[in-house]
Write a protein that binds this ligand. Structure first.
Ligand SMILES: *Cc1c(COP(=O)(O)O)cnc(C)c1O
Length: 359
């Protein structure tokens, strides 16, 4: 058996004239990941266990300072399992109303039998006093099972909540008998940005979900970590919702390589996001790029009165892929396939489109 390792020259992203800033999810596995995949010891993870999946689960738990880990097909499933295992139906869950779990995972939310209390956050952070009000109770007598946090915070443009706030929220939730889940889809981006070990952030939550297939460049999967008891019940629940897979070590092996080797280079993505933001703002046009704390930049194009989806089309014609973020903003995400010259190209594309949209 052999997998074709994609060399830099053959890398379809590198060969493409398009610069793709739609998401860090477009990253492809590295040759070393293919190597690990081809050589991974495998077993039936549904029957007894897959050794490579176990290796990743234990490694991730160790890296994050938790007792146990569980490999799952996606971070969406990790978040759902964290919710299901730490709640009973007819309880409530408190989260930032712009959290990915609230805005993009509401399909999963419909399976939980929980009431989702969204608190409008500021820069990816919910206010402690408002959270306490929600924890204190309500006329429906719903108790709060779970409070969630997200870092880096996707919808606020990759912002990273301060550790002190995370710790305060954790302590507050526990004071009221609630558990805390951290949606750390981009946990390592946050840790690199803050210059702290990922375990420091993980210590502010009972369970932590990390996505392997974003900036870390693994092809598939996420890991949920937490106490042995919670992970044991998450493993049972994963089977119930169809997330148990067989020779899953092929994917887990690439994921372990990603956590071992792809974390430090995230700083390069952050540096290029900052370059993009600074250079767009330096154009001296009525267009505003958000300050990049990690690898996400939001560009406010509302001044031109043209819907962001029209911008996306116009930019695509010039060789730049972005995504609309509401009617007024574009979302740009840097990742392993983006070089300095691609940032220059992106800025140039934005500049050219402004001239077609201004009258
Ligand atoms: C991408 C993302 C998820 C979902 O991850 P998938 O692996 O795509 O299911 C969850 N939370 C946040 C903050 C994300 O950015």
């Amino acid at each position: 058996m052999s997998f074709k390792a994609v060399s830099k020259q053959e890398d379809p992203m590198a060969a493409s004239p398009m610069v793709d800033l739609r998401s860090d999810t477009v990253t492809l596995p590295t040759p070393e990941m293919y190597e690990r995949m081809a050589n991974a010891p495998l077993g039936d993870d549904g029957l007894d266990f897959d050794p490579s999946a176990r290796e990743l689960e234990e490694y991730m738990a160790q890296v994050l300072g938790k007792e146990a880990g569980l490999f799952v097909p996606s971070c969406t499933m990790a978040n759902l399992l964290a919710t299901l295992t730490q709640s009973q139906s007819r309880q409530q869950i408190i989260l930032d109303s712009s959290a990915h779990m609230y805005t993009s995972e509401r399909g999963g939310a419909t399976f939980t039998g929980l009431f989702y209390v969204g608190i409008p956050g500021q820069g990816g952070v919910i206010d402690l006093a408002e959270t306490e009000d929600a924890l204190k109770g309500n006329k429906s007598k719903l108790s709060t099972a779970l409070v969630t946090m997200e870092t880096s915070h996707n919808n606020s443009g990759g912002l990273v909540p301060p550790v002190a706030h995370m710790r305060n929220l954790y302590e507050l939730a526990h004071q009221y008998g609630a558990q805390v889940h951290l949606d750390g889809a981009r946990l390592f981006n946050a840790a690199v940005s803050l210059g702290v070990p990922a375990a420091t952030l993980a210590s502010c939550a009972d369970t932590v979900a990390v996505c392997l297939s974003k900036g870390l460049s693994a092809p598939v999967g996420a890991v949920l970590t937490g106490s042995s008891a919670i992970i044991h019940s998450a493993r049972q629940m994963r089977r119930m919702i169809g997330g148990t897979q067989r020779q899953v070590g092929i994917m887990a092996a690439a994921g372990k390589y990603a956590v071992e080797h792809m974390v430090d280079r995230l700083a390069d993505d952050h540096k290029r996001a900052a370059m993009l933001s600074d250079q767009v703002n330096a154009l001296d046009l009525p267009i505003a790029a958000s300050q990049a704390q990690t690898n996400i930049v939001q560009v406010d194009v509302s001044h031109y009165g043209v819907d962001s989806s029209e911008w996306v089309k116009a930019l695509k014609n010039l060789g730049l892929l972005t995504r609309p973020w509401g009617a007024n903003k574009l979302r740009c995400v840097t990742h392993r396939h983006i070089k300095d010259s691609d940032i220059a190209h992106a800025v140039n594309c934005v500049k050219r489109v402004t001239s077609t949209f201004s009258h």
